[in-house]
Design a protein around this ligand. Sequence first.
Ligand code: GLN
Length: 308
Amino acid sequence: MDLQGIIEDIHATLSPRRGEGKVANYIPQLAHVDPEKFGMAVVTVDGDVHLVGDAEEPFSIQSISKVFTLTLALGKHGESIWKRVGREPSGSAFNSIVQLEQEGGIPRNPFINAGAIAITDLVLAGHTPKEAIGEIVRFLRYLADEDDIIIDQSVARSEQATGFRNFALANFMRSFGKLDHAAELVLGVYFHQCALAMSCRQLAKAGLFLANSGTNPLTGHRVVSHLRARRINALMLTCGHYDGSGDFAYRVGLPGKSGVGGGILAVAPGKASVAVWSPGLNDNGNSLIGSLALEMLAARTGWSVFGA
Ligand code: GLN
């Protein structure tokens, strides 16, 4: 069966289960999303685009943005970013604060909230928050080669008004001297990057450079070096699903990054970039149906990085 047939089959098989899991509601604006949404996009390194279900509808990418701000921060500051953030899985919830105290304000990795806030602090260097937000949006448009990627301001405002835990994480890091800007400034940028609205198709296109050794095969843009793409993929595999990262690697076997909006970006190196969206989350805050869809896709294609 060809790729289009495979994803249509996966969509049909899982469709009766749409609505399973819990839609994130700690960001009030996200609670309004229809739990029945389910879309999938696969973009191959040869440039073929395969879509199924709600693949063209923009959703809140939330923590998936952390892959792109990490890429930006590495571009600006190089390997020196690792003075501010580690490269180990945390084994803790995405918004946990406990390890920060034990480890001197250095978050375990760039994909948990504390680590992503530290990365955003580095992206903000030399900019106003407005400029940094503009840079992030432009970067996503450049990566996806799509001009209509925007930030959902209502989601950004909603999180700004209720993100007390993220303020706690940022202030805690600042108390250790590990954040260069005031919490209000860094989080102003962080909440906006999380509120980027993108469709599965746009997201899969934006992540394609990671599947193709750092170069987007659709545009020819060299985004990062081969080595850097490999390293970002390694971090996604080990840390991209918080305290569910081991389980995702076991079941799917692909570098992936989830967000509480119900999206997952997965990378099949040398093959394709894949985005899924289904808002219901499992206990670790990762899309329940999305993870199952990727597990089925990896099984059907033999794309696991651990072998077919
Ligand atoms: N904006 C969300 C937060 O900081 C992102 C979390 C996520 O997607 N896991 O809580």
